[in-house]
Structure formats: structure tokens, C-alpha cells
Design a protein around this ligand. Structure first.
Ligand code: SF4
Length: 384
């Protein structure tokens, strides 16, 4: 066990496009058969304790990804995530004492890696507003098992920190960028941050390929679909289009705001012909296409028109140590209390296993106009 050193769809009625594949291959799959490894020693050989079996949830899904929110604060006020009229001057963000320390995050991350997690993604809020984030990356990089360490950021603070982060062990960066048009971009981030600040950071990152995430909202930035594709093609960035989702309780989501993934793919394909790519691994969130001329690829995350819950292997840890098993979860599970009780690693392992065993989340498959009113955790609290 790793101890960090003590240091400083269907129900929505949206049609998919003919270019989009049919239902997700896992969409109606039965839960995978769960067969514990045999513990019987072979004759004539000393018995060896079997490796712990990774947990699976009630739909047969394991834990492969842990998204770690390090802060609930952000320097942007994107309309779909932290609208200014809600997250204004008087909004009470988490006090510092409530946040998990870097050592606590690294200890929990080590337990998740032992349970099967392969990718650790740092999110926020905006993760780079938390001071000295590279110290956390350095702790995560020491976890045995060589987990992939990635960061999702709005990019505005990246240039000043990217060298420290990379030297500490960061492997990959995803930059959220919703338009190349300054007027559109600034209207979306509502923080007067121009595109150039984000682009400079992405270019400076040197952690290639840089991934760009673009949330597409009808009537707001759909005109940016093609310019973003051109931009990413030219620079060798990997672009992911994301359908606008009903995250949190404050973005006033309506089905008519969604530009379906099929429409996005068709728009790009009409100018730069595409062909589908096979998933890189089971449960991959993005549907991917490559340009027929070999100039890279795009992906679409079609959470609304083509939910992928049956392949969802993500857990989310909030900045104050609540574990959420779904982006649209209502309540988290407190890991900070046992962590500070203080529980042993074995006890924490058992707590996480119990939570994961009980998981049956599949919000996007169940999404209807009725579920919109269900209270949900804010995306700024647990990352996207
Ligand atoms: S809705 Fe929840 S269960 Fe479904 S893919 Fe998203 S996070 Fe996973």
C-alpha cells in the first residue's frame, strides 16, 4: 500500500445522425459475470495469498478512472457550469480546512490504484488555482503501479506552471476551449479571458498531444465547430466535442440547447471526410473518427444522444473528500471522516469497496424531462 511521504437518448427524443453508430455496444449488455480468482494452491507448491479481487458494481463495472477535484473554485464563470449570478461575490466556497491535503489525496489515490484505477485526472473547479499543484503531482507520481496522471484545465493559468507540472510527473493535459472567437469565448467564460491566453498555454504545454474539450451549445458556439476542427488539425491537437449536458442545478439546460453528436460529426465530415475508429479500450467515453487524409482525429462525447453508462468506470473525489459514483449524483460518500479518524488502509479499502459494490448509477440512460429536477452535485464541485 502506498503511503505518501509527509511533505510540504432515447428518452430525450433526440435523433442520432446516420454517421453515428447505433446504440452503444454496452448499452444493453448484461452485467459481466463476476468470477473471483481461485484461491486453491497447486499440489506440491506453497500456498500464495491470492491478489485482492478488484471490486465491480451492481452492473458489472470496475473502477478504472479516478477524477480528483482539488478545489471548488475557478477563475472562469462559464454559463453552463458556474453562472455568475449563482457563483458571485457572496458564494460560500469550501474553507481551506475542509479541503483534503495533498498527502490525504495521494493516500486515497494509492488505495484506488490498488483497487484497479489506472488513470488519475486532476480537476476542479479550476485545478490550477490551488497553489503548488505540482507538489500533488509529485506525490501521485510515486504511487506504485505507474498510474497515468492527467490534468483538465481551462488553460488560463497553465503557461506559468506547466514546466513544474511536467517535471513532477504530469503526462497529459486537456484544455477546455469552447471557441476560437474572442467574443463567443468571453461570453461563455464570463471572465474576460481572451482566447490567446488559453492558446498560448496549450502550445507551451509540450505534453503532446494536447487534448481540447469543446462543449457545444445550440445558438451559442455551434459556428465554432469547424474553426475548432481546423485549428486542432493544423496544430496536431486532439479535439473532443462534448454535447451540452444538464450538469448541476444552475445551467437551465433544455433539450433544445443540445447539438447532437451526429450533427457535429456530419458538419466536420462534410469538409474534412472522416472514418470511424475502434475504441482504444472498453468503456472509452468518446466516439472517435480519423480524418481520411491522415491529419489526426476528432472525438465526440455523446452523453445525451448516446449514453455510455454501461461502460462507465469513473469515480469522482470532491475537494473535501466526498466520493461520487456519477457525474449526476445527488449525494457523495464521505471518505474524509474515516481518513482522519484515522482508519487503516485496509479499512479505507473496505469502505471504497462497499461503496462501489452498491453502485448502480446510469443517469444518462434514464435522463428524461422529469430527471432534470433531481438535485445534482455541481460540476464545479467534482469536475466534468
Ligand atoms: S451518467 Fe453517471 S453512470 Fe452514466 S456515464 Fe455519466 S457518470 Fe457514468
Amino acid at each position: 500500500m502506498y503511503h505518501p511521504p509527509v511533505a510540504g437518448n432515447a428518452s430525450t427524443g433526440v435523433e442520432t445522425h446516420p454517421l453515428m453508430p447505433g446504440p452503444h455496444p454496452d448499452a444493453h449488455a448484461e452485467p459481466a459475470a463476476f468470477a473471483p480468482a481461485p484461491a486453491v494452491a497447486q499440489a506440491g507448491r506453497a500456498a500464495v495469498a491470492p491478489a485482492p479481487v478488484p471490486p465491480v458494481d451492481r452492473l458489472g463495472r470496475s473502477i478504472r478512472d479516478l477524477r480528483v477535484s482539488v478545489t471548488d473554485r475557478c477563475n472562469f464563470r462559464c454559463r453552463y457550469c458556474m453562472p455568475r449570478e449563482v457563483f458571485g461575490r457572496d458564494f460560500q466556497f469550501l474553507p481551506r480546512a475542509e479541503l483534503l491535503t495533498f498527502e490525504e489525496i495521494a493516500r486515497l489515490a494509492g488505495i484506488f490504484v490498488d483497487l484497479g484505477v489506472r488513470k488519475l485526472r486532476l480537476t476542479g473547479g479550476e485545478p490550477l488555482v490551488r497553489r503548488d499543484l505540482h507538489l500533488l503531482v509529485a506525490l501521485l507520481a510515486q504511487i506504485p503501479g505507474d498510474p497515468d496522471i492527467a490534468l483538465t484545465t481551462n488553460g488560463s493559468l497553465l503557461a506559468a506552471q506547466v514546466d513544474r507540472l511536467r517535471d513532477a510527473g504530469l503526462r497529459r493535459v486537456t484544455v477546455s476551449l469552447d471557441s476560437l472567437d474572442d467574443d463567443v469565448f468571453m461570453a461563455m467564460n464570463d471572465a474576460a479571458v481572451p482566447v490567446s491566453r488559453v492558446l498560448d498555454a496549450a502550445a507551451a504545454a509540450g505534453l503532446s498531444p494536447v487534448k481540447l474539450n469543446m462543449v457545444v451549445k445550440r445558438g451559442v458556439n455551434e459556428a465554432s465547430i469547424l474553426p475548432m476542427a481546423d485549428f486542432a488539425r493544423e496544430r496536431g491537437h486532439v479535439l473532443r466535442y462534448i454535447e451540452y449536458m444538464d450538469v448541476g442545478n444552475t445551467n437551465g439546460w433544455r433539450m433544445t440547447d443540445v447539438v447532437p453528436a451526429g450533427e457535429i460529426v456530419a458538419a466536420v465530415d462534410a469538409v474534412h471526410p472522416l472514418e470511424p475508429l475502434a475504441p482504444l479500450y472498453p468503456g472509452e467515453v468518446a466516439n472517435r473518427w480519423r480524418y481520411r487524409d491522415g491529419a489526426g482525429e476528432i472525438g465526440v462525447i455523446a452523453s445525451v444522444t448516446r449514453p455510455f453508462c454501461r461502460g462507465c468506470t469513473r469515480a469522482r473525489l470532491s475537494a473535501e473528500g466526498q466520493l461520487y459514483t456519477c457525474l449526476f449524483g445527488t449525494e457523495g460518500h464521505d471518505l474524509r471522516a474515516p481518513l482522519r479518524s484515522p482508519a487503516t488502509d485496509e479499512e479505507l479499502d473496505a469502505v471504497v469497496r462497499r461503496i462501489w459494490h452498491g453502485r448502480d448509477d446510469r443517469y444518462s440512460e434514464l435522463r428524461t424531462l422529469v430527471t432534470l429536477d433531481r438535485p445534482k452535485v455541481e460540476m464545479s464541485h467534482i469536475g466534468g
